[in-house]
Each structure stands twice: as structure tokens, then as C-alpha cells.
Design a binder for this molecule. Structure first.
Ligand code: SF4
Length: 384
């Protein structure tokens, strides 16, 4: 919950400048609007992770990036490097830039290309004075009609309903009239502004009490516009032919942890990179021959391009020693578990291994939670 009898709890969601103290040092989260990062920025972030952090970049469950293990006295220098790379805004707006997007949009399938809307939304959020009232947990989703973002619990979603128009969905409820894609960013920011006016300390729409939730939905207006159903997406790991005939490659890395060296190799390709809430790394706009070379170079470095790999469905929280709350070194244990699997059996049912019941990083899709306890691991089913 975001509030208590003594008032709203402080929002400690980390950002570039407001970092989180973990057992292994300060943790900085870098918002990547729409999950899109260009090659130069990725290269700069790899250098910053190497110089100031523990030498790796982690992909988060909202399609953002984070760097761990930063010494407290070097947080400012890290923030400066990230800012210079164009990956932060002013400190007041840094944590409100939470924009996730259908990762294939504009390249493979979908009703429209929402990449310009993501950029527009980001600009509007950073330019608005009031938006600093949003918590670092409030997030926007853009769904290009395929349903993958509608399957996520974003606070305000803009969802394409045809090639020209979108509808707005607030915490699962469709509101207002359809808007042209070109007006979508403004309409989503307006909806968030109404939330900010009545939030009274609530971090997210789901945190509102019933009275405030009703007020929010009344002010935004009911909608009878049909929206696509939310659909848990198929794996984006592998080789995909884009609408323009070029190739998009999707990969995962174990524990969604990209070493600085791996990140530099990706950046050296020079193509735009998209990270997804399913922790995939997409490299787009490749000619076929280049894509073939990329697979040959990156696979030996630890990138997994095979959608049947266990690493496409098995994830873990940080665990010990990075997190002091953990009862186990869950990543090492998961690594041993994966080493014992038969690779010919294909990907197992999704599992998320965690060191305590906070369940950090739990995937949105149905999965088995594998929870460390003093008596070993306990398995429970989560979701459908
Ligand atoms: S789930 Fe628990 S052990 Fe794992 S990172 Fe979160 S707080 Fe730490």
C-alpha cells in the first residue's frame, strides 16, 4: 500500500539520481521509454556500468534497465554519465518516465506503429510541471492492437483499435472517446493528470479507494468502444522477418543480466535495440546477411536465440548476496537447476525463483513461484 494512518509512505522506487541501497551497493534504474535504446546510448551505459557499477546491466520486468553495485560516493558521477548518454531527464522527472510499448510495433505485425507516440508521451511527461506528482511506480502502456500491453497492469494504456484510432484504458476500464493516434499521447497525459489531482498519496490507480476510483472514472467518462483483449505474448526470441523485409533478432541472456562486454557487442551492431517487459533484447532493422553474422557472434557470448531454451521461461530475483532479505542464492540455485535440464525437452512451464515472498520481478504471465525457505524451495502456482 502507498499510504498509512500516518500519511502516504515515501516512494522509494529507484531512478538514476534517487538510487536504492541494496546489500551489494546502490542500485540505479534507468527508464527506457518504450523500451527503445539506441546503440550509442547502450554503449555509454555499458561503460558506466563497468566504471561505476558491478559491470552488468539488468533488464527489468517493465522493460527498463538497472545497474547494481554502485558505491554511494560515485552515484553522482554515474548519474552524470547516464544523463550525458541521453538516458535521464532532470532529477524531478526522471522516475515518472514509465512508458512501455508493444515491443514489435512498427516492425512486425500490429495495427499501427506506436513508436512516435511513445516519444511524444515521454516528451509531454518531462515537459509537464504537475507530472512530478506521479510516483515512480505509475506507468503507461502503448498497445498497437495485438493485446500484449493490454495483458499488463499498466495504469493508463493507449490501445489501437484500428489503423487510425486508439482507445484509453485506465486500470482495465475503457474510458472516453476514441482518439486519433496522433492525439493519443496528449489524451493519456490528460488522464494521468486527473489521477494526480485526486491521488492523495496513492501511487497507482489500483491503490485508490473506491470513492476516488469512481471519481476518476466518472471524470474520464465511460466508453463503449471495444478494445482488443489482452493476450500474453508469444516468445519474441528468435529470427523474425519485419514488415519491410529486414530482420529482427530476439534474444535473452541468463538472469536478464547483460554484461558490459555483451552490451558493447550489441551496441557495435549499430542497430536500434528494444528491451521488453519479458526481458527480451530485440535487435531490429538488420539485413539478412548481417543478422546471420550477429547470431554467429553473439551466441557464443551467451545470447540465447533459441525459443526452446529454458532461459526463455526461467527467471529469478536478485537473491543473496545482492539482497539482504533473501534466504538463498537463488540465481546460483537456478543455474544449477538449468544445468540439470534436458535441452531436448524444450522450455519448461514459466518459473520465477525468489529469495523471499516479496517476489520481486515476478512475471505478468501465469507461472510457478519457486520460493526459498529454511526447508528448501516451495513451489506455488501464480496466475491462471
Ligand atoms: S524477492 Fe525478496 S529476496 Fe528477492 S530481490 Fe526481492 S526482496 Fe530480495
Amino acid at each position: 500500500m502507498s499510504s498509512s494512518a500516518t500519511g502516504p509512505a515515501p516512494d522509494r522506487c529507484p531512478g538514476v539520481f534517487a538510487t536504492h541501497q541494496a546489500a551489494d551497493g546502490r542500485l540505479a534504474r534507468i527508464r527506457i521509454p518504450g523500451g527503445v535504446i539506441d546503440a550509442a546510448a547502450l554503449d555509454a551505459l555499458a561503460a558506466a556500468a563497468d566504471e561505476f557499477g558491478d559491470g552488468a546491466i539488468e533488464v527489468t520486468g517493465r522493460g527498463n534497465l538497472q545497474v547494481r553495485g554502485i558505491e554511494a560516493k560515485r552515484v553522482d558521477a554515474f548519474g552524470g554519465a547516464v544523463n550525458t548518454a541521453g538516458l535521464a531527464s532532470d532529477a524531478d522527472h526522471d522516475r515518472v518516465r514509465n512508458v512501455a510499448m508493444s515491443p514489435f510495433t512498427g516492425r512486425v505485425g500490429g495495427l499501427t506503429d506506436l513508436r512516435p507516440v511513445a516519444q511524444n508521451l515521454h516528451t509531454r511527461l518531462v515537459d509537464a510541471e504537475w507530472s512530478t506528482a506521479l510516483s515512480g511506480r505509475f506507468w503507461f502502456g502503448l498497445d498497437d492492437g495485438r493485446g500484449d500491453m493490454l495483458a499488463r497492469a499498466a495504469d493508463v494504456i493507449g490501445a489501437a483499435v484500428d489503423v487510425a484510432n486508439s482507445v484509453i484504458v485506465v486500470d482495465g476500464v475503457r474510458v472516453g472517446e476514441p482518439v486519433a493516434h496522433s492525439d493519443l499521447a496528449a489524451a493519456m497525459v490528460d488522464a494521468a493528470a486527473v489521477f494526480a489531482e485526486i491521488a492523495d498519496g496513492a501511487w497507482r490507480v489500483a491503490d485508490l479507494d473506491q470513492e476516488r476510483r469512481s471519481e476518476l472514472l466518472d471524470r474520464l467518462g465511460p466508453s463503449d468502444v471495444a478494445a482488443p483483449d489482452g493476450i500474453v505474448p508469444e516468445s519474441r526470441v528468435g529470427w523474425f522477418t519485419q514488415t519491410d523485409g529486414r530482420v529482427l533478432l530476439g534474444a535473452v541472456v541468463p538472469f536478464a543480466r547483460l554484461t558490459a562486454e555483451q552490451a558493447r557487442f550489441v551496441a557495435a551492431i549499430g542497430s536500434p535495440v528494444t528491451v521488453t517487459p519479458e526481458r527480451e533484447i530485440l535487435i531490429g532493422d538488420l539485413d539478412e546477411a548481417v543478422a546471420d553474422t550477429v547470431v554467429r557472434v553473439l551466441a557464443p557470448l551467451g545470447f540465447v536465440f533459441d525459443a526452446r531454451s529454458p532461459w526463455t521461461s526461467l527467471t529469478a530475483c536478485t537473491g543473496a548476496p545482492g539482497c539482504s532479505k533473501s534466504l538463498a542464492d537463488v540465481r546460483s540455485d537456478l543455474g544449477l537447476h538449468v544445468a540439470g535440464l534436458d535441452p531436448d525437452e524444450g522450455p519448461p512451464h514459466p518459473e520465477h525463483w525468489v529469495g523471499c515472498d516479496r517476489g520481486c520481478g515476478s512475471p505478468a504471465r501465469a507461472h510457478v513461484r519457486v520460493l526459498a525457505s529454511s526447508d528448501g524451495y516451495i513451489r506455488t502456482t501464480r496466475g491462471d
